[in-house]
Design a protein. Structure first.
Length: 102
């Protein structure tokens, strides 16, 4: 079992092997739980509700697209979807960069 030191700022370093086994990344969150005289670190996911809702809506749209185009070549459908996403992103970028009315 690796031994780690608590720094002046009350920080501890997660040993590399454990960090990689848990597929942690810099910026991830962990929950600290006390059980008797033990501290337990549990990786946690922080969900942005707006992003989660947008992702759910996108997944629904993708399912609808596949259902409506089930007889077409999947690669062609993917190309069309990618093109549509690029066009929406361009329009969004233009709208953000346009001068706002006062």
């Amino acid at each position: 079992m690796p031994l780690v030191k608590i720094t002046r700022s009350r920080q501890v370093t997660i040993p590399k092997e454990l960090f990689e086994e848990l597929t942690l990344q810099q910026g991830d969150y962990v929950e600290v739980i006390r059980k008797g005289n033990q501290l337990i670190l549990r990786p946690q996911s922080i969900v942005n509700r707006d992003r989660a809702q947008a992702q759910a809506e996108l997944e629904t749209l993708i399912k609808e697209i596949w259902a409506h185009n089930k007889d077409l070549d999947p690669k062609e459908v993917e190309r069309e979807v990618a093109l549509a996403i690029k066009e929406v992103r361009k329009a969004h970028a233009r709208a953000k960069s346009a001068p706002q009315p006062k």
